[in-house]
Design a protein around this ligand. Structure first.
Ligand SMILES: CC(C)(COP(=O)(O)OP(=O)(O)OC[C@H]1O[C@@H](n2cnc3c(N)ncnc32)[C@H](O)[C@@H]1OP(=O)(O)O)[C@@H](O)C(=O)NCCC(=O)NCCS
Length: 374
């Protein structure tokens, strides 16, 4: 039996949801190019595509939006739990707890049918943005923003976080970022969700595990880490010095490298780089854009590494006025659609995940029968 650390290069699932075509630099989502979807479709159209397997027509989209908007409320127990958490709780921990609590309020929790799972996915797509925004606001003693039916999905989400209605450009860029994060084949968190779902555990359990996985800085947590680095440096010159110092110290630079893309640019990073440029022009403040470009050049020259999505999503979120601790929860919120699609697919064509190990421990040690403690 072959052993590859980190399952690098191993095909672990058969799926019709998405595929990273690295050679052709395309992220395939149910047959479509993710970048094209991000430029031409709304987040909910992309969600519909993931869950239904096809893009919606106008009527289907209107009904789908209605169904999701009708789910934009939380059981009071969820917000009560947030009120009980210590103020320093990281929003990812609050999110993990919030999704877990939702399970208790699903009357058909033991139903694994496709119809029940689809209804659950719609409910989660309504509720997860509320959990993200409300947990943060409760932990920071801020008033809760009610969902605004006059705003699109992304604009409303952004408004519930910042407390202010976004401009059209801000809303469009945020919506694009949600599509950039919506689905990405089999990263650690999606794999974790599928492994959990493969025991026929429920969707909440699978997503709770995915949140735990995504929090790590080698995965989703990288977007927050990138922003802390940029904030610490503050100027391009100091950022360059910081990067050289970290590289000399053999530290990993957050926002660079990717297990699948390796030495190629993550196509989603380019999408967010363009968005950062648009925001910089509009706000007439290109400091972050220049800092990021300088960092990109250093990493290419010194390590041959390209930025990933998190590198450019972080400054975009900063310029949208989003608190840094919410970058990874927003990633998870956007990824809810992809995760639900994977759980549904796993439940529909299940085979329990149960791999083997390459054992490197000792063998044939003898237990001394005389020393048994009473
Ligand atoms: C994403 C990541 C975990 C993928 O790692 P991986 O596939 O396991 O790659 P490896 O850890 O084997 O790295 C291969 C080499 O590149 C280097 N490398 C990879 N990413 C690096 C980074 N961000 N900064 C500096 N060096 C890096 C490693 O040190 C290693 O060098 P070596 O062969 O001289 O030891 C890794 O690139 C990383 O830690 N990136 C930063 C975190 C991040 O941005 N995560 C979000 C991913 S979307």
């Amino acid at each position: 039996m072959e052993y590859r650390p980190g399952l690098e290069g191993i095909v672990a699932a058969e799926t019709s949801i998405s595929f990273l075509d690295v050679e052709n630099e395309e992220i395939v989502i149910r047959g479509y190019d993710l970048l094209q979807l991000a430029k031409a479709k709304t987040y909910l159209e992309a969600v519909y595509l993931l869950l239904a397997g096809k893009l919606p027509d106008q009527q289907e989209l209107a009904l789908f939006e209605q169904q999701i908007y009708a789910q934009r409320e939380l059981p009071p127990a969820v917000t009560d739990v947030f009120s009980c958490l210590p103020k320093g709780t990281h929003p990812m921990d609050a999110l993990r707890t919030g999704i877990s609590v939702l399970a208790s309020f699903d009357p058909s929790i033991e139903d694994r049918s496709e119809a029940a799972n689809q209804a659950r996915a719609i409910s989660l797509l309504g509720k997860v943005p509320l959990i993200v925004a409300y947990s943060y606001r409760i932990l920071h003693d801020l008033p809760l923003m009610q969902p605004d039916a006059s705003l699109g999905y992304g604009a409303n989400f952004l408004c519930m976080i910042t407390g202010e209605k976004p401009t059209e450009l801000e809303a469009s860029i945020f919506e694009r970022s949600l599509i950039a994060y919506i689905e990405h084949e089999l990263p650690n968190s999606t794999f974790a969700a599928r492994v959990i779902a493969s025991t026929y555990a429920d969707m909440y359990g699978a997503l709770t595990g995915a949140v735990a996985s995504l929090k790590g800085h080698l995965h989703g947590g990288a977007n927050e880490a990138v922003m802390y680095m940029l904030v610490e440096a503050a100027t391009t010159e100091q950022y360059e010095s910081l990067l050289y110092a970290k590289l000399a110290n053999k530290e990993r630079i957050m926002g660079f490298g990717h297990r699948v893309y390796m030495k190629k640019m993550d196509p989603r990073a380019l999408l967010m780089k363009e968005a950062l440029y648009e925001l910089s022009q509009w706000k007439q403040d290109d400091r972050l854009y220049h800092m990021c470009e300088a960092g990109e050049a250093i990493m290419l020259k010194e390590k041959g590494l390209y930025p990933n999505l998190d590198y450019y999503a972080a400054p975009v979120y900063f310029m949208l006025g989003i608190p840094i601790e919410l970058y990874t929860p927003i990633f998870l919120s956007a990824r809810t659609a992809g995760l639900c699609a994977h759980v549904i697919e796993q439940h529909n064509q299940n085979r329990l995940f149960r791999p083997r190990v390459h054992y490197v421990g000792e063998r044939h040690l003898q237990v001394n029968q005389d020393t048994k403690a009473n």
